[in-house]
Design a binder for this molecule. Structure first.
Ligand code: UN1
Length: 500
């Protein structure tokens, strides 16, 4: 089946049969293909060199024309949504609905970027000097390095690439070494769009395959002014100093430890659905996954009982099958990490429901789990870490301030939400002294953000913003240009500096 999907997407069997990087499906552990990784001996620098050449040509193409390439790419994605979505499922293990949703997210950002290609506005600013005009112009920046994670193997790249391309930049993508096939396939779709476009520079968008060393070489290359990286906080802490050492820019979207507060006035039915999607969806492997749940003591018992019932009925299984809501974890390391967190939680006073390995007999080489609910007495150490698995820690609270303190009381700051029908609570949650996260929702779960808003978080989440709003500015360089159209040379601040 993988062969058919790859073929439909334009990847030849030849290309995925001989490499050193063995790709296995988390669904059953079967080999999906072998991809050649880039050699750390100069291959990255070579591709960066091509990227620089492509950039120099691309930056002079009018932005709306650049938008046309992204529009054509969006059309390829529309036409191949089913195949690419399926490949995402095969390679990353998320259920087909989510695989398709991921491709839809790519299509949406392409549409956004096409519109943006006619809206890369600057400002004119009143000059204090007579006969002067001051303006702010946004210019293309250069090759943009995109390092992406396995859990959103293609959408997060698209957020970056679609914007970077209309902004006049070239793109070099290092996908996770767990998901090189979806990257290869996406690259093929991009190349088809480039052919239809006609004269896109060669090397405008390239993929480099490999592990950490390759990523670090990209980060260290002084010809790549921006590195946009998504992944764990650990990865970000290793990568950011490499970029900073050459005074490059990084745009980081790192770990989350997202919370929900369920207030006494909440619509519990809504909260229950939001919790389930956010905590067990993508098998708990989204950066926006719900991990900490603070429930008012008046509804705690009732809600936890309902959640246990819902969890008990969730269909865990092959993510390609209709009706499955929870697919496998990405690999054994993820499974071990989950078991380790659960035993720590127990040692810290937690009461664990679920969490065991599932479908072991059917899939001995894959790692399916029962999502876990862990009732905690306090927000202890284990809750402060992001474990990339479906573990939901639940804690009762007695007043709003305490709930807010708990929610903000971790080092991560990606996404957060409150379920309440009390207007004051809702407003306080999104006010300056409320949630300290990049995303704060009312009566919506923490995950599944739309592309129109800026996506990212504070504190150890890294501070980067991708996708919508004015995130495009990160992919351009701002130039302040002042033009003197008078015959005099007045100095700013009224300084007198007479040489005659
Ligand atoms: C991620 O997990 O890295 O908001 C991105 C969401 C998705 C993106 C998640 N739109 O859940």
């Amino acid at each position: 089946m993988v062969a058919d999907v790859l073929k439909a997407l334009g990847v030849s069997a030849e290309e995925v049969s001989r490499g050193d990087l063995i790709v296995r499906s988390p669904i059953d552990g079967a080999e999906l293909g072998r991809v050649k990784s880039d050699s750390p001996d100069g291959e990255v620098d070579l591709k960066v060199g091509w990227s620089v050449i492509a950039f120099k040509e691309w930056r002079e193409v009018p932005a709306p024309r650049r938008g046309e390439l992204v529009r054509l790419f969006g059309e390829e994605l529309r036409a191949n949504k089913e195949a690419l979505g399926r490949l995402v499922t095969l390679e990353a293990g998320k259920i087909l609905q989510e695989g398709l949703g991921e491709v839809q997210e790519m299509i949406d950002i392409c549409d956004f970027a096409v519109g943006l290609s006619r809206q890369l506005y600057g400002l004119t600013i009143a000059s204090e000097r007579p006969g002067h005009r001051m303006m702010e112009t946004w210019h293309p920046l250069g090759p943009v390095g995109v390092i992406s994670a396995f859990n959103f193997p293609v959408a997060v790249w698209a957020w970056n690439a679609a914007l970077a391309l209309v902004c006049g930049d070239s793109v070099i993508w290092k996908p996770s070494e767990k998901t090189p096939l979806t990257a290869l396939a996406t690259q093929k779709l991009f190349e088809r769009a480039a052919v239809k476009f006609g004269n896109a520079p060669k090397g405008l968008s390239q993929v480099i395959q490999g592990g950490r060393v390759i990523g670090e070489q990209l980060a260290a290359n002084p010809h790549v002014p921006l590195i946009s990286a998504t992944g764990s906080t650990r990865m970000g802490k290793a990568l950011a100093p490499v970029v900073a050492a050459r005074l490059g820019r990084s745009l980081l979207e790192l770990g989350g430890n997202n919370a929900m507060i369920v207030a006494p006035s909440a619509d519990l039915k809504l909260a229950e659905r939001a919790i389930t999607f956010a905590a067990v969806g993508t098998a708990g492997q989204r950066c926006t996954t719900l991990r900490r749940l603070f429930v008012h003591e008046s509804v705690h018992e009732k809600l936890v009982a309902r959640l246990k019932t819902v969890y008990g009925a969730i269909k865990i299984g092959n993510p390609l099958e209709t009706g499955t809501l929870v697919g496998p974890l990405i690999d054994k390391a993820a499974f071990d990490g989950m078991q380790n967190a659960l035993s720590q939680a127990k040692a810290q006073g937690g009461k664990v429901t679920g969490g065991a390995r599932a479908l072991e007999a059917q899939y001995p080489n894959a790692h399916y789990v029962q999502p876990a609910i862990v009732e905690m007495p306090t927000q202890s150490e284990v809750m402060r870490h992001e474990t990339f698995a479906p573990i939901l820690y639940v804690l009762p609270y007695s007043n709003f301030d305490e709930a807010l303190r708990l929610q903000n009381g971790v080092v991560q700051g990606l996404s957060s939400c409150i379920f309440t029908r009390d207007m004051q609570e809702a407003e306080r949650f999104v006010a300056a002294a409320g949630s300290d996260c990049g995303i704060a929702n009312v009566n919506i779960g923490p995950s599944g953000a739309e592309i129109g808003g800026a996506f990212g978080g504070e504190k150890e989440t890294g501070g980067g913003r991708e996708s919508g709003s004015d995130s495009w500015k990160a992919y351009m360089r701002r130039q302040t240009a002042t033009v003197n159209y008078s015959n005099a040379l007045p100095l700013a601040q009224g300084i007198k500096f007479d040489t005659e």
